[in-house]
Each structure stands twice: as C-alpha cells, then as structure tokens.
Ligand binder design. Structure first.
Ligand code: ADE
Ligand code: ZN
Length: 323
C-alpha cells in the first residue's frame, strides 16, 4: 500500500451518509435534500455549501466531534495514511450553540485517541468561512490563536471564493500569522489567476487550497513553482462540483510537470463519492502517476505539513521505511 498524507479535508464534510442519518434521527432532522439513499446527492457548489451546513448542524456536542475526528482518522490510517490535517470552522460550532473551544478540544481529543489507537498523526487548521464576511473570518483567526491547543497549527479560509476580494481578509491572516500559525487559503477553485495572485500577495500563504486554476496562466504557474507554494489538489471534488467536466481536462499533471509542488486530497470525501485512497487511485489510473510519483506526492505533503521539525522528521522516516 502506498503511504499517504492529506492536507485538505473539511471535517464536517467527512461525515459518512450512515453517520449523517444516525445524527438526523437523533435530532429529528430531514436529510432528503442532502442524501439519496446511502449516498450524498451530487450538487452544484452553492447547493453543496447548503448541504454541508445542514449536516454540520447535526453535530452539537463536544463528544460528537471526538467521535467524528476519531472515526475519520482511524479510517485514514486503515488506508495507509501517516498524517492528516483537518479544516475546522468554529462558525459551524457557534451556529449550533457549541463553544468554539469545546469544538476544537473535541476534535483534538479525537485526534489524540486515533494517534494512540491507530498510529496516525494529525493537526487542525482553523478555518474562516469566506461568505460569512471579513469580521467572521477575523474572529476565527482570534479563536485559533487563543485556543492554546498544540494540535492547532494552521489557519485557512474556505467557503465561497466569489465573495469579496482576498485583501478584505488580510487582517484575519495577519492576526493568524503574528500568532504563530501557518497559512493556507482556498483560491483558484472558482476564481482564476487574478484571485490566486492576490491571495499570494496579500494573504501571504504558503499553500493554496485547490489552486488548480493557476494552470490558466503560464506566468502564475511558473511563479508558484519558483516560490515553492504547495497546491492542495482535490481532483474528485473538482470533477464532482464541475470545476472540470472530465478528468482528462484536469491540470494536475501539467502543474506537476511544470514543477509545482502538488499533493492529493479528498476535500469533503463522501459528498464527492471519494476518499484519500480513491484520490491516489485517480492519480495512478487517470493521471498515469507511477508508485514513485505517488510516494513523492506524500513526501511533498509531509514537507508542507503544519508540524514542528521533530514530528516532520519522524513522519519522513516512516515514509522512507515504507519505500
Ligand atoms: N468548504 C467545504 N468544501 C469546500 C470547497 N470545496 N470549497 C470551498 N469551501 C468549502
Ligand atoms: Zn476545501
């Protein structure tokens, strides 16, 4: 089994249909618009964001998040994943009346238990939701730097990329950076090269969530390669949401061959009928990647992981041993 690592997965987007149904029963909620039998419905992006919120709103207690993170990490470990980061947005917890600190502590405990039981390492990237506006994203940054949890090592922004301009969110990213957090931001999923460039210039991130539309500009592709910006690429998500119509249109290989540091990720796996293991399979079967390429992709993810030097060295040693 190819050893794997994941940098881009939203924890509330990783709820299996079975667990969503169980939570819906508990809270007497209706999931007809979200699930079709035992699968998530295929949706366009704005309907997907609504479905995401409907499922997220079923998780209301600290322990719900312990279990969710534990199950997510143990499933990844079974698929050969050594390390995974999750995006966690405190705004979702607040929407159901759960204190952001309890939410993050629940996720932290789930990761700690999975580390003990399954040997997988993990970190949390606190994430602002762009379409909730700059104040909400700034609040997420403040929560992130104030939470005092060692597992919280990064800050990012997800949500509707067509809302506002990157510069509107500069204060939030400044707060997170000054608070010692590493930075990533969704860009280049729905907006083209201009949005990516402004994200790099103004938010000063070291990784881009998706970033694939950089391929529309040769100059920007070269800049991303030269600056060593890591792309958190999510091919299954891009196909499911219609960023690209066919896998043959997806620029993963072109970006890789242009020298960009690419990784493979699942984004919101059950929503897109995928998993991290499926993304590696897509890499092999659709993009024609060799085992060596896939190994290198895992290495890139570990090199770009938001972890301290000792943890990175240990993870890279595990990767090398499995070669
Ligand atoms: N939140 C969850 N999944 C997302 C995606 N693919 N893009 C932006 N925000 C998201
Ligand atoms: Zn995402």
């Amino acid at each position: 089994m190819i050893p794997k690592a994941e940098l881009h997965c939203h924890i509330e987007g990783a709820v299996s249909p079975a667990l969503a149904r169980e939570m819906a029963r508990r809270h007497n909620a209706d999931l007809d618009s979200v699930l079709d039998g035992d699968r998530y419905r295929r949706q366009n992006f704005s309907v997907f964001l609504t479905s995401y919120d409907i499922v997220a709103n079923l998780f209301r207690e600290r322990d719900d998040f312990v279990q969710l993170a534990y199950d997510h990490y143990c499933a990844l470990a079974r698929d050969g994943c050594l390390y995974a980061e999750i995006f966690a947005s405190p705004a979702h917890a607040e929407a159901v009346g759960l204190a952001p600190q309890s939410y993050l502590e629940g996720l932290d405990e789930g990761i700690a238990r999975a580390r003990r039981d399954c040997g997988i390492e993990g970190r949390i990237i606190v994430t602002g939701v762009r379409h909730l506006g700059p104040d909400a994203v700034r609040k997420a940054a403040e929560i992130a730097i104030g939470c005092g949890l060692e597992a919280v090592t990064g800050f990012g922004m997800a949500g509707n990329e067509r809302t506002g301009r990157p510069r509107d969110y500069a204060t939030a990213f400044d707060i997170a950076r000054e608070g010692g957090l590493r930075l990533t931001c969704h860009a280049g999923e729905w907006v083209g090269p201009e949005g990516i460039e402004e994200t790099m210039d103004v938010l000063k991130v070291e990784r881009l969530g998706h970033g694939v539309r950089a391929a529309e500009s040769e100059t920007l592709t070269r800049r991303i390669a030269d600056e060593g910006i890591v792309l958190e690429v999510c091919p299954g998500s891009n196909l499911s949401l219609g960023v690209y119509e066919r896998f043959e249109d997806h620029p993963f290989r072109r970006l890789m061959e242009a020298g960009c540091r690419v990784t493979l990720n699942s984004d919101d796996p059950p929503h897109f009928q995928t998993s991290l293991a499926d993304e590696y399979r897509i890499g092999r079967d659709v993009f024609g990647l060799s085992d060596g390429d896939l190994h290198r992709i895992t290495r890139t993810a570990l090199e770009a992981a938001f972890v301290d030097g000792d943890t990175r060295a240990q993870l890279l040693e595990r990767l090398d041993k499995s070669a």
